[in-house]
Design a binder for this molecule. Structure first.
Ligand SMILES: CC(C)(COP(=O)(O)OP(=O)(O)OC[C@H]1O[C@@H](n2cnc3c(N)ncnc32)[C@H](O)[C@@H]1OP(=O)(O)O)[C@@H](O)C(=O)NCCC(=O)NCCS
Length: 205
């Protein structure tokens, strides 16, 4: 396994995917994704920045992430195809976010990203991982169900692709994950630096 790779999945839908720390050159790939206007609208990225603006933005996030953000690259067949966020400053809980670049949707990579992000978070010692998805963003909602998250409530109203919608909140606990793992088959595995939050394991990031 190449140095820096820390999580893999053999989910047949996703092929072989893994998470790794982002490196400065990843900003170029991300800025290229932003050239796809349809992607930007669906991912709620700015369409105003242009390639250079996007490049500078992502370089900045990689070099000096906002407080509480751990962003890891999702690599598939040696290509950066998306990223996973674990965000927050609470000691044992983080919000999961994930994004897949344009031209790659619909092949299981979003599901792989979310599953790997959850596994990574629990390996770091988190006790709970939560996420929010807009009801109108059905891909995201389906992913959160598929990776074993439980719906915990309704969030604020917000528009998605110009359509009125609302956030649905999901969560998964370490204990639920452990229980699920112990009953699964062996083959099933299925933007400021993150603060330490008092846990030494977090410093491994
Ligand atoms: C959400 C996102 C990550 C999905 O990525 P993806 O690689 O297409 O995801 P997958 O291929 O794993 O598919 C996820 C689910 O969406 C379903 N899906 C695919 N196309 C769909 C469509 N047009 N409408 C509804 N669901 C669809 C898939 O069938 C799958 O569900 P299933 O496993 O129950 O069959 C991607 O669209 C994205 O990056 N969006 C912008 C950022 C975002 O919204 N992130 C999530 C917020 S945390």
């Amino acid at each position: 396994m190449p140095a820096g790779r820390d999580e893999t999945t053999d989910d047949p839908a996703a092929g072989r995917s893994s998470l790794r720390p982002l490196v400065p050159s990843d900003a170029t790939a991300m800025a290229r994704w932003a050239l796809d206007e349809e992607f930007c609208v669906a991912a709620e990225w700015s369409t105003e920045l242009g390639f250079d603006g996007q490049l500078a933005f992502h370089r900045g996030i990689i070099a000096d992430p906002p407080d509480g953000l751990l962003r890891l690259g999702l690599v598939h067949d040696d290509e950066l195809v998306g990223y996973v966020d674990l965000h927050g400053t609470e000691e044992h809980s983080r919000e999961l976010g994930f994004l897949i670049g344009p031209g790659r949707w619909g092949h299981g990579l979003g599901t792989a990203a979310a599953g790997l992000g959850i596994r990574h978070g629990f390996a770091l010692g988190l006790r709970e991982i939560w996420a929010e998805a807009l009801d109108a963003n059905q891909r995201s909602v389906r992913i959160l169900h598929r990776v074993g998250m439980v719906e915990t409530g309704r969030g604020v109203e917000a528009a998605y692709l110009g359509e009125p919608s609302f956030y649905r909140r999901f969560a998964i606990g370490q204990s639920a994950r452990t229980a699920a793992s112990s009953t699964s088959s062996p083959s099933e595995s299925r933007s400021s630096p993150m603060t330490n939050g008092g846990s030494n394991r977090m410093t491994l990031l």
